[in-house]
Design a protein around this ligand. Sequence first.
Ligand SMILES: CC(C)(COP(=O)(O)OP(=O)(O)OC[C@H]1O[C@@H](n2cnc3c(N)ncnc32)[C@H](O)[C@@H]1OP(=O)(O)O)[C@@H](O)C(=O)NCCC(=O)NCCS
Length: 202
Amino acid sequence: MLMTLIEDFKAIKANDPAAKNWVETLLCHTPYHAIVIHRIAHFLNDLRIPVIPRFISVLGRFWAGVEIHPGAKIGRKFFIDHGTGVVIGETAEIGEGCVLFHGVTLGGTGHHSGKRHPTLGNNVLIGTSATLLGPIKVGNNVLIGAETVIINRDVPNDCTVVGAPGVIVKRDGKKVNEKLPPAHYTVDEEASPQKQSTPPGD
Ligand SMILES: CC(C)(COP(=O)(O)OP(=O)(O)OC[C@H]1O[C@@H](n2cnc3c(N)ncnc32)[C@H](O)[C@@H]1OP(=O)(O)O)[C@@H](O)C(=O)NCCC(=O)NCCS
């Protein structure tokens, strides 16, 4: 865990031009504190320790305004800028080298049980106040613009998605205007007559 925390810290330097003094960054970068708190809570959650992981995650919310469920799986070199209002649900999965700005939601729609939050690939950047809902898959090397909304749609590799609802405006560096494909789970669910509903929280 220590190595991961060091890599998360280095990700601040790589992504935030305002981070000049490492002591100041360590003391004052509250989204980093939230990530440290999450790594501890997730470790305890994996050990199936009851209550305490959730309580620790509440401390992160109070301190940094970042709400990450202890069950969320987050890869190395994770960076959150500003932090306030970020919400990451229990079954969300985040690859390596991802960047989230304040106000990003990786949430559920309330129509799924089990896996119900997004999965991000590696090197995904999500701009401020973007909302991604459902057990969708976002590919590698994806940019999602500020205020973008993606619900029940997958995002392919190597593209930029903007707008509400989100559309692909760049793919492999070339300008395009493409709709996002329906999420894979939707196709699976349509084949299954049993659709379950859960509350949108957690
Ligand atoms: C999407 C983003 C990552 C840029 O990605 P990019 O691949 O470099 O895309 P471009 O800048 O070339 O923009 C492509 C098109 O999308 C448009 N666009 C970019 N971001 C957009 C957004 N958030 N909403 C709507 N349209 C957007 C651009 O105007 C451009 O349109 P055009 O082709 O008609 O000129 C960036 O615009 C963004 O939103 N970053 C988030 C940063 C953030 O949240 N900062 C908060 C700091 S406090």
